[in-house]
Design a protein around this ligand. Structure first.
Ligand code: ADP
Ligand code: MG
Length: 403
């Protein structure tokens, strides 16, 4: 592979050359990280960072924030918990040309060791002001109203991501750490009581028919997402992954998919308030159980909230959604629906998950933001947004029938 492969343009090659001149600083940085125990040097024989990568997603936040200067400082470092590097973190932006963000964290340390890249990128992505700090609020009694009872809502689902201190995040997690999370969760799940109690089903050894049924019923994740693969999240698949659920599958926890844990509350119909209140209870119970079993807390950063592998999920890590039929909007055009959703701070997806595609006129409508708002605010935004889209859909259907 020629050196040109690693550079976006001649200009960047020039920048890289000047960055090389600062290798003295790089060495000093590495020594600093070594002494402070924050990180170790990756490249045993090279002096500092590998060549500056060719970032195919030229319009991504990675392309903007991973400069040759930052690369020369950080490109040669690896984190302590999982030995994660900046090259691994930006793999998606390097490999694909369609990324908006294009970066993942491999462990809690990644957000600190590579803060020069992550911090400004997170601030820009989430549109946060200087000095911002995340606040959490799971009090369901503060939610005003609910989804209009007449709206054709099939089901409601709210999930959050959670990570346990001391283990790597999916892109960087070692095989031992992944198995450690699964083992710990096995005993933590066994302590859940009442309507939250259930059983853990590892993916390894699961009958194909059972797995497919869980996927078809919208309960289970699937493998094959190109971003997750490129980011290293499908290493050793399916070992260490699985799903816990209670008897009626209204409370579920995914283990070791994009996040160590995805805690999910879902139900038929549009009772968002009820689903949210159960989620709050479930998160608390899982957190208490993990603490009782291991003495470990969920990773929580004072500024960034709950830590996730994807910086877009930082903060609440919450996606509250309904599957709702919007025949009027479908006829009007999906691009118009997308634009309207943007104004309402919600996001439309297909019913088969983020990478699974759309079916008929049913959409997954969820809150667009994760950080910068409390959970209560985000659920409220989703409820209000869906009610607005529904009212507009009725009007569109009427207009279309008259035309
Ligand atoms: P996540 O944000 O949890 O990663 P995905 O878009 O990957 O969400 O979807 C995961 C699964 O959850 C998919 O099978 C999807 O159909 C299902 N799902 C999402 N929202 C709902 C909902 N409101 N009702 C039923 N299933 C849902
Ligand atoms: Mg997903």
């Amino acid at each position: 592979m020629g050196l040109g492969r690693y550079f976006n343009s001649h200009t960047e090659f020039g920048k890289f050359n000047s960055a090389c001149a600062t290798l003295g600083t790089v060495a000093a940085t590495i020594i600093y990280f070594k002494m402070s125990g924050g990180s170790k040097k990756v490249d045993a024989e090279g002096a500092g960072a590998p060549p500056f990568p060719l970032i195919k997603s030229t319009h991504s936040l990675v392309a903007k924030h991973v400069t040759p200067e930052k690369w020369s400082k950080l490109g040669g470092l690896a984190t302590k918990t999982s030995g994660f590097t900046l090259s691994q973190a930006i793999a998606c932006a390097v490999e694909f040309d369609d990324q908006h963000c294009g970066i993942y964290a491999g462990d809690e340390d990644s957000y600190k060791v590579f803060a020069d890249v992550f911090d400004p990128l997170i601030m820009e992505y989430h549109g946060l002001p200087e000095g911002f700090k995340h606040t959490s609020d799971m009090d369901h009694t503060k939610i005003v109203g609910n989804i209009d009872a007449a709206a054709p809502v099939h089901s409601t689902r709210i999930r959050v991501g959670r990570s346990i201190e001391g283990f790597g995040l999916s892109p960087g997690i070692t095989r031992d750490q992944r198995l450690g999370v699964e083992k710990l969760m096995g005993s933590a799940f066994a302590k859940l009581e009442g309507d939250l109690s259930g059983k853990y089903f590892p993916l390894l050894g699961m009958l194909e028919a059972d797995r497919q049924q869980l996927v078809d019923d919208h309960f289970l994740f699937v493998s094959g997402d190109k971003n997750l693969i490129a980011a290293g999240m499908e290493r050793d698949w399916p070992e260490g992954r699985g799903i816990f659920h209670n008897a009626d599958k209204s409370f579920l926890v995914w283990v070791n998919e994009e996040d160590q844990l995805r805690i999910i509350s879902m139900n038929k119909g549009g009772d968002v308030k009820g689903v949210f209140s159960k989620l709050a209870r479930g998160i608390q119970a899982v957190g208490d159980s993990v603490m009782a079993e291991s003495g470990r807390k969920f990773m929580l950063d004072e500024r960034l909230g709950y830590l996730h592998s994807c910086p877009t999920n930082l903060g609440t890590g919450m996606r509250a959604s309904v599957h709702v039929d919007l025949p009027g909007w479908t006829k009007e055009g999906v691009d118009k629906l997308k634009a309207r959703c943007e104004e309402l701070n919600v996001q439309p997806r297909g019913t088969r998950g983020e990478s699974g595609g759309q079916t008929g006129c049913t959409y997954d409508i969820s809150n667009k933001h994760r950080l910068g708002y409390s959970e209560v605010q985000l659920v409220q935004t989703m409820i209000d947004g869906v009610n607005t889209l529904y009212a507009e859909d009725v009007a569109l259907q009427k207009k279309q029938a008259e035309a």
